[in-house]
Design a protein. Sequence first.
Length: 163
Amino acid sequence: MVIWGNTTTPCTTPWLLSPSTATPATWSATPGKLASVAWYHALLGHYDDAITYGEQAITHLAEQKIAVNEAGAWDTLGYAHHHLGDHQRAIDCYRRSLALYRATGRSHLEAEVLEHLGDTHHALGDATAAAAAWQQALDLLIPLDHTGAGKLHAKLSASPPAG
């Protein structure tokens, strides 16, 4: 199964998740594809594979100066590290992603990474840093009338007040 957004769809392209077994005719390991493979592995809980493909993608994307895709790959690495319990490494990855998204002006994607960053701070027990990241994300999403704002409101309401 490949996960698309919030739904699952049967994978009709098995090479997508296992490019090492694909034939050259069906797989061209472009940086964008590597980043996509990394994200799908992360969503499926294959965090080590996500890191492997994400790191490969970042190497190529940085060389090609494709900042928005590189930012997404850093977010994927952060997500995988978070789920493996390496929270400090996740924070470092999220910060790199944020810097790139800010440079590209992709505020909705910046907000998504800020939410992930807040989740990681929350997992570390740092309610103040979590709330700050979630609030920054919310501040970016409200002017866009983005549907993700409601989820952030809920996280902020459930989080104990800083103090």
